[in-house]
Design a protein around this ligand. Structure first.
Ligand code: XUL
Ligand code: CO
Length: 441
């Protein structure tokens, strides 16, 4: 049976196409360098937003109409797997991602939850045999169930720590079984609301212990996935321990975990932290910690985690600039951790949304690639920092100076000369590159 009988294979038709069910800019087989767009961009579908999400918001119940919703329990989970693989194939998307609660219903006990998971994981594995689709990453949902109300690995309650550990252990086994390339930790409840009742030191130490146990177990079972921390500053807790990349990196270094992890950077989490998406990508990249991306965007007028599909070409261009400079995403990818708007409740909207996201990143990739080829930003930056390539500047970067030598130099300076930052000219150039991409030049 088909869940999307009215939708055919989504093909690339080019920028002039008016077919809403076609790619306009994402041609999976087109090559840049020696890799196809499909190989470099490594798009992934997020199971939770596309097959589980009913578009509930804090003020209203779900609006999504999904053909699989006529089923319940395990039958619903099985129907979702069938629908998911039909969706992946029709969209030619190479990867998917899930939390364990997305794919199978939780039972009355952890044992029962495991049984449900085993049934669905076996089914997914079977489907994967006949499909090109691979698992980008899986993760444990240690935040939705009321048992995580005080946190998971950072809970005050040791039983919850143990329960969370069990779920991660199972998740690592599932990741290995399905050949997952990465494994994500998003600390949804790993933070606190108020210091009035919180032992911050114990919570953070426990979180460090928890990650070490995960690293050890993955090694024990021979699961060589890239481990990823997904930073987010708030929502659901007031203060999350993985606030942003810089905070997460300090945490990983402090607990001796930085060799085992990289970051999964989500655009909307970056903006929630008061950063741009590209800031977070750059911070991770220059520390060799950029592992994967949750591709979405927030609404600047709302300011919370709206998880919209990415359509802002400025943002996708600057993001792809960082990703190209990173030499790609390795075992990571561009996972659409994005949901259709509440008013976009038809199944067709799921296709439109992914097409929009894939096209937007394809444009970003092409524009960023051209910018790098022409060394546009590199030349601007090199010119701006040229004072460090000779004289006193060169001595500073080569570690040949100290405060006394610098003072002697400064005392003899007549007047400091500056040059314009030329920001308006740079932005106009960026626009030119974007518009050229549309003109097909
Ligand atoms: C929540 C979020 C999660 C993680 C996986 O904001 O981004 O969906 O990506 O748990
Ligand atoms: Co995410």
């Amino acid at each position: 049976m088909s869940y999307f009988p009215n939708i055919n294979q989504i093909e690339y038709e080019g920028p002039k196409s008016t077919n809403p069910f076609a790619f306009k800019f994402y041609n999976p087989q087109e090559k840049i360098g020696d890799q196809t767009l499909e190989e470099f961009l490594r798009f992934g579908v997020a199971y939770w937003h596309t097959f589980t999400q009913d578009l509930t918001d804090p003020f209203g119940s779900g609006t999504a109409i999904r053909p699989w919703d006529k089923f319940k329990g395990l039958d619903l989970a099985k129907a979702r797997v069938e629908a998911a693989f039909e969706f992946f194939e029709k969209l030619s998307v190479p990867y998917f991602c899930f939390h364990e609660v997305d794919i199978a219903p939780e039972g009355d006990s952890l044992r029962e939850t495991y049984k449900n998971l085993d049934i669905i994981v076996a089914m997914i594995k079977d489907y994967m045999k006949d499909s090109k689709v691979k698992l980008l990453w899986n993760t444990a949902n240690n935040f939705t169930n009321p048992r995580f109300l005080h946190g998971a690995a950072s809970s005050n309650n040791a039983d919850v720590f143990a329960y969370s550990a069990a779920k991660v252990k199972k998740g690592l086994e599932i990741g290995k079984e399905l050949g997952g390339e990465s494994y994500v930790f998003w600390g949804g409840r790993e933070g606190y609301e108020t210091l009035l009742n919180t032992d911050m030191k114990l919570e953070m130490d426990n979180l460090g212990r928890f990650f070490h146990m995960a690293v050890d177990y993955a090694k024990e079972i021979g699961f060589d996935a890239q481990f990823l921390i997904e930073p987010k500053p708030k929502e659901p807790t007031t203060h999350q321990y993985d606030f942003d990349v810089a905070t997460g990196y300090a945490f990983l270094q402090h607990y001796g975990l930085d060799k085992h992890f990289k970051f999964n950077i989500e655009a909307n989490h970056a903006t929630l932290a008061g950063h741009t998406f590209e800031h977070e990508l750059r911070y991770a990249r220059i520390h060799n910690m950029l592992g994967s991306v949750d591709a979405n965007q927030g609404d600047p007028l709302l300011g919370w985690d709206t998880d919209e599909f990415p359509t802002d070409l400025y943002s996708t261009t600057l993001a792809m600039y960082e990703i190209i400079k990173n030499g790609g995403l390795g075992k990571g990818g561009l996972n659409f951790d994005a949901k259709v708007r509440r008013g976009s409740f038809e199944v067709e909207d799921l296709f439109h949304a992914h097409i929009a996201g894939m096209d937007s990143f394809a444009v970003g990739y092409k524009v960023a690639n051209q910018l790098i080829k022409d060394q546009v930003l590199e030349n601007i930056v090199a010119e701006r920092y040229k004072s460090y390539t000779e004289g006193i500047g060169l001595d500073i970067v080569e570690g040949k100076t100290d405060l006394k030598k610098l003072e002697a130099y400064a005392l003899d300076l007549d007047e400091i000369q500056h040059e314009s930052g030329k920001l308006e000219r740079i932005k106009a150039t960026l626009n030119q590159y974007l518009l050229r991409a549309f003109a097909g030049e």
